[in-house]
Write a protein that binds this ligand. Sequence first.
Ligand code: GLN
Ligand code: ZN
Length: 763
Amino acid sequence: MTTIHNLGFPRIGARRELKFALESYWKGASSRDELTALGAQLRQRHWQDQAGLDLVPVGDFSFYDQVLDMSFLLGNLPERVQGFHGDVLDNYFRVARGRSAQGTEDHSACCGGVAAGEMTKWFDTNYHYIVPEFNAATPFKLDAARLLAQLAEAQAQGVKAKPVIIGPVTYLAIGKAKDGSNKLALLERLLPVYAELLDTLAGQGVEWVQIDEPILVTELDADWQHAFNTAYHQLKACRVKLLLATYFGQLQENAYLAANLPVAGLHVDAINDREGVQPLINLLPTHKVLSLGVINGRNIWKTDLNATLDWLEPLAERLGERLWIAPSCSLLHVPVDLASEKKLDPEVKSWLAFALQKLDELRVLGKALRDGRDAVKAELAANAAALAARRASPRVHNPAVQAAVARSAAGLGRRESAYAQRAAKQAALLKLPAYPTTTIGSFPQTAEIRHARSEFKAGRLDYPGYQAAMRAEIARCVREQEALGLDVLVHGEAERNDMVEYFGEQLDGYAFSQFGWVQSYGSRCVKPPILFGDISRPQPMTVEWITYAQSLTAKPVKGMLTGPVTLLNWSFVRDDQPRSASCKQLALAIREEVLDLERAGVHVIQIDEAALREGLPLRKAQWPEYLDWAVESFRITANGVRDETQIHTHMCYSEFNDIIASIAGMDADVITIETSRSDMELLDAFDSFQYPNEIGPGVYDIHSPNIPTQERIVQLMQKAAERIPAARLWINPDCGLKTRQWAEVIPALSEMVAAAKTLRACM
Ligand code: GLN
Ligand code: ZN
């Protein structure tokens, strides 16, 4: 009999209940008791939603982040919050979010002034965790109260509980040694705490514990591989059975190691690594459970149940009781319930599965394996029909798009001339001063803008009324920029709710959910658009707004687009063709927009690729392939223009060392990046590569309300000029200004413009 189980459930709630409860609590509008009661209610509901599974995750619920929970469980709190007066939950939020000394929360005055924990992406997902902090002396001490309370709750509700924790090696690997010490040296001190935890769980009647070690799908050096052996040999004596869970990728060279660790079972991602399963079975000692993740925990498509059974049945035959099945990873990364969607196109909807539907699929697979396919005949037939409809749908397959892709010539991504020639022509046309100033695109999204948009969406404001409201904002934005004395202006993006959604809504091949929220960090969620079909652009998307802005000023206005790689990486994308193919279609569609802007007289066009870096595969060996097609997609989008048209790109991150050659390969005339917090040090990557084109290193952090000073900006630019010739430097903020107030933006930008004037005067 095949065991069916789940690795984790989305905690945010089908209606984002947790988000609203957290934000209300943080504001002081509701009590701690109300918040904890809501938590209990969500856990109870989510366990009910998982009824019928043989094992259900416990401990996957979190008020902020499962990695931070793990740090608390192990007693590993950053030094700066130790000895805090007050409640554990408050201390927890203090680590997560930081706390100001001036705040109104309890103990702000005595224990405030604390920086938030650093956040970073959880493997290749869009989920951000709070980075565990270590130093050579970090002590660990078990604090299992939270986990035990959830376990007791689950057991009281009759849940077949499988506690979920992060394994010791992954926990160390994803943390940061603040003093530069060797994190692995902490393993010895860490393991007894894990052992104590596992024995405590055994004492509570737990049979299986899921211990997540996703770091096994990345390249590990010998020390880290060795750490796995050390760790699991030491934990072997514990009285629970361990299911070692890996996900998000392929074990590859770590397969032998993973198969032979002394644990009772191994979970692998059979979506990302179906080919690895057979060889793994041959390696796996015959007493071990093999859990196969056969339902994609990272996308929103229905599983092909019949095809999955074709593959699973012989394995079930061979493995018998040892076969378990589950989603590929925690369902944290998908929305909760497709049934909530009332506005989604019914045809597209019929192809989708969110978390609850994925669990239904799991139950069907389990039943088919147990009782034969006939026992779930109707479900299998309905699934086959939905998949067949999707495969045949003209909504998915657009011959015109496919013909355009097939026709697209190899030279499509090349500019007419090299940068040096282009730069001369652009200089002659644009006549910009040295150290030209610009911004990244968005200006404050004011309450009036949001109001006009929601009225328009609700049908209470007609298009002419909406257009007039947006034009008024654009006019204001242009006026302010002229008054500030900026050199290359923008229209301010008033009409955009979101840099991906705005384009997705206007492209054919995209659909939008109402409640398809996925946790990004803490109470923050994103609602990725659904790229379901061949992509085409029925009509221009931005030309009207940009040309209106240009009509108001003699200064150049920069057209503003989101690039193909970012559109792809921030969407749920098709699983019926490679990501590269979807990206190329996006590239061709956005290219048309670029050419339309050029035709309309726009001389500067920015194509944002904020998410290019985050699409990098987990394994470095796979980077070149990704970078090749990602860069080529950008080039197809950007490089159809004449020499005189200046292409900008923007990337808001600060790690370029390992991808600088690809960044240069994009061949944008100007790239603007985030640098202010790194004190211009990240320009070293550009310097040592001898990056040939122009760069705008961000001179102030737009995430902070602080107003930068002219002196500081001059100082930063001087540092920049030590690395990049001044003639190729621009001055701009780190990123867009949409989250700021006008009252912050005006003084900040005037300092910036003043700094440019000072720098020009010293030339
Ligand atoms: N043009 C966008 C803006 O200014 C870029 C945002 C981003 O890169 N995240 O808002
Ligand atoms: Zn940015």
